[in-house]
Design a protein around this ligand. Structure first.
Ligand code: NCD
Length: 331
């Protein structure tokens, strides 16, 4: 493990936050700062493979009250790659089951001298509530259907790596917009960087009221495919739905799955993204998920760089202060 500076790389601009709760309230400059910092960490760690010691002595707790494959592992690996200790809090075997309140539990963890909490919870606003009660950094790893800022950032990071500037790019977010936190974080981040966003899905999952934000709404995937530079294919969030929003999964797939036939009518260099887990045959066919234009596993790899950046900015040496000024070394 090395503790050397990142080859004299510098943090590109300032950062003033102790927490990362959502993308909605970040400025475009702050979104760019996060992405630029992720680029620095990706380069300095040889594609997120090598270790740096920039968070040595820090302790990060992962507090997940919902299932996770990618996000929890990615945060834990990102923290370890930066030299931090990681503790995984297991909700089912904790004193929450003995009636201790959520805030009391979190305050007890804080009392042990931790530096940041990465929280995922079924209730929207849980990370925001924690941030009001804790002095340590709070990072939102998904709060119900509300936001999933690091997923939004890693999706945008992956697009930016391919396209460079996002302004003028047309990005279709397809699927369960009503229940997708990934859709919301993508929407805010993409709009701040000047992309044109099209939300697409059945009317029961994509309300026309989204137009009030200045985005386009479409219920016809075939109509939008030829116009898009990027398609981000979102999973149907069955676990968040009280009633079935379409007659059958088969009908949904017929109308909204990204298939080889639809790919033929797309721009040649269309980028295909999906946050995962993917349901092959529902939002995307296996052929498209595995085709050369698919960046699905690249997104997962980039998640490490984005989470290194988020951890460094929220619990690094200048976290919550004025942030590193231009020219500050990243260590
Ligand atoms: C997303 C999530 O959990 O919100 N997945 C993820 O974090 N990689 C999307 C989803 O579950 O569909």
């Amino acid at each position: 493990m090395t503790t050397a500076p990142l080859d004299h790389q510098t943090v590109p601009t300032h950062w003033t936050h102790r927490h990362l709760l959502d993308l909605e309230r970040l400025t475009p400059t702050e979104v760019r700062t996060l992405l630029d910092t992720a680029t620095l960490f990706k380069e300095a760690t040889g594609g997120c493979r090598r270790k740096l010691g920039v968070l040595a002595g820090k302790t990060i707790v992962t507090l997940f009250f919902e299932n996770s494959t990618r996000t929890k592992t990615s945060f834990a690996l990102a923290a370890r790659r930066l030299g931090a200790d990681v503790v995984d809090f297991s909700a089912s075997s904790s004193s929450l089951s003995k009636g201790e309140s959520f805030i009391d539990t979190a305050k007890n963890l804080e009392a042990m001298g931790i530096d940041a909490v990465v929280v995922r919870h079924v209730t929207p606003g849980t990370p925001h509530l924690l941030a009001q009660h804790l002095d340590v950094g709070v990072i939102n790893a998904g709060d119900g259907p509300h936001e999933h800022p690091t997923q939004g950032l890693l999706d945008i990071f992956t697009i930016r790596e391919r396209l460079g500037d996002l302004s003028g790019a047309t990005v279709g977010l397809v699927g369960d917009i009503a229940h997708s936190r990934t859709a919301r974080s993508n929407l805010w981040g993409l709009m701040k960087l000047g992309a044109k966003v099209i939300l697409c899905g059945p009317p029961t999952l994509v309300s026309d009221r989204w137009r009030e934000l200045g985005v386009e709404v479409s219920h016809d995937l075939d109509a939008i495919v030829p116009r898009c530079d990027v398609l981000n294919l979102l999973r149907i969030q069955f676990e968040r739905q009280n009633t079935r929003p379409f007659p059958s999964v088969r009908e949904y797939a017929h109308l909204y799955a990204m298939t080889r036939d639809r790919l033929k009518r797309a721009k040649k260099d269309l980028l295909i993204l999906a946050p995962g887990p993917i349901n092959r045959g529902v939002e995307v066919t296996a052929e498209v998920a595995d085709c050369p234009q698919s960046l699905i596993l690249g997104q997962v790899a980039n998640g490490l760089a984005v989470r290194m950046a988020v951890l460094w900015l929220t619990c690094g040496p200048r976290a919550g202060a004025d942030g590193p000024s231009p020219g500050t070394k990243v260590y």
